[in-house]
Design a protein. Structure first.
Length: 201
């Protein structure tokens, strides 16, 4: 079975959005991958300034940034799809977003980037909020990609967060456990990720 997924992840080191589109093939319990296209988009200075100081914003301003950033992400995804002529090829988007609040001890971790906006504007199903269920189960939410990494090694030349965002989302779509209690200290294994449907059924 072959699946095609696009991963989006914020790269704070380079102040950019990373995009990785790949074809994943599973046969039995073995996974293989072909990297189709990648891109790195530098954040506009004003947007990066807002992202970098997001945890200091009042609640309404924070949520507005969440929405604005989600619409910007959707635009980048659409441009990527158009530039590489991928219409109707991207089956799923894995959205890691930009982690602005990270307090596992209080079960509060939030990544900016409104996934509903990405799904609505691209017409592609989106998986986001990777760690929330693990946190609710007393886990740390980290390392979020440990199970995915054990199943499939990321090619060295691609951004690993974007790559594993795509693969993690795919495991979620297949309704397979993608977070193990042994890795995160949670009460049980879980299927992490919220699904936003980008098209009518």
């Amino acid at each position: 079975m072959i699946y095609r997924a696009l991963g989006l992840a914020s790269n704070t080191a380079t102040q950019s959005l990373e995009l990785v589109f790949a074809s994943f093939e599973v046969s039995g319990q073995k996974w293989a991958v072909e990297i189709r296209h990648t891109n790195s988009v530098a954040y506009p200075a004003e947007l990066w300034s807002r992202l970098a100081t997001a945890d200091q914003l009042p609640a309404v301003a924070y949520m507005q940034l969440h929405v604005d950033y989600g619409h910007w992400l959707a635009l980048q995804a659409k441009q990527f799809i158009n530039n590489h002529q991928l219409d109707y090829q991207v089956q799923l988007i894995g959205l890691m977003g930009h982690t602005a609040i990270n307090s596992p001890a209080t079960k509060l971790v939030h990544a900016l980037g409104d996934a509903a906006a990405v799904a609505a504007l691209t017409g592609v199903n989106v998986v986001s909020d990777f760690r929330n269920i693990n946190l609710a189960l007393e886990g740390t939410g980290e390392p979020v990609f440990a199970l995915a990494e054990s199943l499939l090694a990321a090619p060295e030349e691609v951004n690993h967060d974007a790559f594993y965002s795509a693969f993690f989302a795919l495991l979620r779509w297949r309704e397979e456990n993608n977070l193990h209690a042994a890795d995160t200290g949670a009460l049980r294994n879980s299927i992490g990720g919220a699904v936003w449907v980008g098209q009518e059924w």
